[in-house]
Ligand binder design. Structure first.
Ligand code: NA7
Length: 536
């Protein structure tokens, strides 16, 4: 403790998801005095918060876990795509094997972080009133930490239960036989709707934009059996940085129309049958670049999907004949029977584009067409994604300028890890990095290793401060724009482009150069003595 009651640390990590726990383990092993603080009451990050029915990761294991043999040798998954409760159990296992609890503080929201130039340290304050002083401030707040609820009139007047899925009560919520609305058809909305459809009395799904969801192909494991033999794990984990999305697969080395129609059909069928994100990220290499190739993929998806739906009018809303946006340029989800729920007579589809939501009323939802009555309104309308997680903390650099001000009109980072004017602050899963197009744990590990490498370099050289140069930040933004503009992403409205939050600047929020190029760049920057950074 320092004189003013602040706890003195080498590094304060914020967030107990994959990024944060990885850094706690590895920084501590390297001899740093470090603490992890987390707003939730246990480990898991998004998996701590997202307890809604059907919550499930849509990356398969073992790609969606840490590469440390101490963990995977002592852990067996029950499903290829584990649910939220199993993921929380995994985090408990990680915490035990890595002995994390002694350096973790739960129920602790960080409110502000202010750099003190005299001391070359961050002063970090939490909602509970704790104060930390740390040389390094390491937010690992993920890309979905700030929930978004549209500003509908009348939300407060609703007499039933109105809730956002990432804030689901731990118990006591009974949906059986009830009238339920799910607003939003992102990954969250479709998972909930699929899961609760069999038990509720009436379900209405409010869709604004279609979800080009793919078949998940869930697998149940018996007696410790796993997707691949454990002796293959070390090679498997090494291979993740060779994959565009940090997975165990890559785009094909050929383009859509390199194949004749018959061969193309066969390729699509195979990718479809394999499940996972294969039809998105292991398909023809021009999918995200060429609109004609993209339409070909959409048409295949559309025909497969329409075949699952009985009613022609419902087909037209869920999988329209005319392609509404570039396939794969909004987050693709994985589904387990989502489209089939609309064949049930108690499940209704409300097309918000043709009948917009006007207001929330005491009884339910009023659209331009009619008033619906509900017991529950589940508002699966997403997050102020990527930048919102960081901007909700009052972060101020030496000049007193806040991160909110610095990013007011456009986002700037160097390598999606650091920001000029904010020394010794490094984040994972941030903007202009491969996440969220990249598998989470892959990015958590490679970014965590890089940050630790820089800290070690500074320790070895007796340096106090590392900060991205303004010029490198400008160049990184140009690179991010260049990669994005080469793709179809900017043609589509999505949270990847900041479109989902009213007033948010429209810009690509992710680095689309792929994990292999990103990994190589990070390695070169480190090898050359941290080019693009001011080191003092
Ligand atoms: P998403 O993917 O942002 O989905 C939010 C959904 O809510 C999406 O369908 C939106 O439609 C819809 N939405 C948002 N605002 C409105 C309004 N005002 N009216 C009607 N519908 C609305 O969030 P999720 O929680 O599903 O997923 C977040 C990420 O977590 C996911 O991608 C994975 O990475 C894990 P829109 O498409 O904007 O028209």
């Amino acid at each position: 403790l320092s004189l003013n009651g602040a706890q003195e640390l080498d590094a304060l990590i914020v967030g107990a998801g994959f990024g944060g726990v990885y850094q706690l383990k590895h920084l501590r092993d390297a001899g740093y005095k470090v603490k992890l603080v987390e707003g939730g009451l246990d480990y898991g990050g998004v998996w701590y918060w997202n307890r809604y029915p059907g919550a499930r990761v849509d990356s398969s294991i073992p790609v969606y876990e840490f590469s440390d043999p101490d963990l995977w040798q002592t852990w067996s998954w029950k499903q290829r795509f584990p649910g939220s409760a199993e993921l929380r159990a995994y985090f408990v296992h990680v915490a035990e094997v890595w002995d994390l609890r002694r350096d973790t503080e739960f129920d602790t929201f960080v409110e502000s972080a202010v750099w003190d130039d005299g001391e070359s340290k961050w002063t970090i304050k939490t909602k509970k009133g704790d104060v930390y002083k740390a040389k390094f401030f390491l937010p690992n707040t993920g890309f979905a930490a700030k929930r978004y609820i549209p500003d509908w009139k009348g939300i407060d007047t609703f007499q039933g239960t109105f809730l956002h899925p990432s804030y689901w009560p731990h118990e006591g919520l009974e949906l059986k036989g009830k009238k339920v609305a799910v607003i939003g058809t992102g990954s969250t909305g479709i998972q909930i709707a699929t899961d609760i459809a069999p038990l509720v009395g009436q379900l209405a799904v409010f869709q604004r934009t279609i979800n080009t969801s793919l078949p998940m192909r869930q697998v149940e494991y018996q007696d410790g059996e796993q997707e691949i033999p454990r002796e293959n794990y070390p090679d498997f984990f090494r291979g993740r940085t060779d994959s565009f999305g940090g997975f165990d697969f890559n785009f094909l080395g050929r383009s859509t129309f390199d194949d004749d129609p018959e061969k193309r059909r066969e390729t699509y069928e195979n990718l479809w049958a394999e499940g996972d994100f294969k039809f998105w990220l292991a398909t023809y290499q021009d999918l995200l670049f060429d609109s004609v190739a993209n339409r070909e993929a959409y048409n295949f998806w559309r025909d497969k999907t329409r075949a699952k739906i009985h009613d022609a009018r419902v087909q037209d809303v869920l999988a329209p004949m005319k392609q509404p946006y570039s396939f794969g340029c909004k987050r693709v989800s994985l589904e387990n029977g989502y489209f089939e729920i609309f064949n049930e007579s108690h499940v209704h589809l409300v097309d918000v584009k043709s009948t917009p939501i006007k207001e929330i009323t005491p009884k339910g939802i009023k659209t331009s067409e009619k008033e619906w009555e509900f017991d529950y309104i589940i508002c699966a309308t997403g997050f102020d994604s990527i930048t919102g997680s960081l901007k909700q903390i009052d972060i101020r650099g030496p000049s007193g300028q806040s991160l909110q001000e610095h990013w007011k009109n456009a986002t700037y980072t160097h390598m999606g890890l650091s920001v000029s004017g904010f020394p010794n602050m490094f984040f994972s899963y941030g903007p202009q990095a491969p996440t969220p197009f990249c598998n989470g744990p892959t990015c958590a590990e490679l970014q965590g290793d890089w940050i630790l490498g820089l800290m070690n370099h500074m320790r070895d050289k007796g340096l106090k401060r590392a900060e991205a140069e303004e010029e490198s930040e400008k160049k990184w933004r140009e690179l991010v724009l260049k990669y994005a503009n080469a793709t179809l992403l900017p043609t589509t409205r999505s949270w990847y482009m900041g479109d989902n939050i009213p007033g948010k600047p429209r810009e690509p929020l992710l680095y689309l150069g792929g994990v292999p190029t990103y990994y190589k760049t990070l390695g070169e920057v480190a090898k050359n003595g941290y080019t693009g950074f001011k080191l003092e």
